[in-house]
Design a protein around this ligand. Sequence first.
Ligand code: ZN
Length: 173
Amino acid sequence: MRRPKLFDLNDALQHPGRKVYLEVSTSLEEEDDLDLVRPIVGELSAVSTGSMLLVEGLCHVTMVLECARCNDPVEVEFDFEIREEFPVEGVAAGYGSGGMAHVVPGEDAVMFRGNSLIWEELIRQDLWGQIPYSVLCREDCPGVEWDHGIPVGRPEFQVLSQLLDDAEDDRPE
Ligand SMILES: [Zn+2]
């Protein structure tokens, strides 16, 4: 596995109220099930209340989905929001008591390495929840026409369709 890209949150964690930012751009190379047209771009921010770390962001994605009716590829472009909270333990170092605050990621441990956020993992997880459920290649897409139970116009099935046609022609009257 390649080195994860990290967003060091210590400046926010050790100084509650201080907001830190990160410009992001990623092709999510380890995600095989997404067909991205361009890298995802956006900005993340993080701020700690002392007991809770809030990570927010807005990202823009252009990806290819399948038309819900005809299965043709459709390019869709949308913004998606990032918003996650993580508990914080310990006293912020910024308070000068010699303490050190740290994130308690719980079941999101895969997103953290110490106090650094593996931000591509956060983006990946939040994106999956916001991909449009159903898209159409065009408003009046007629869907797939069927012949012999085989979709017409799908090149990979044309040979099969032709074979069935020939078989019918050979049938005695
Ligand atoms: Zn369609």
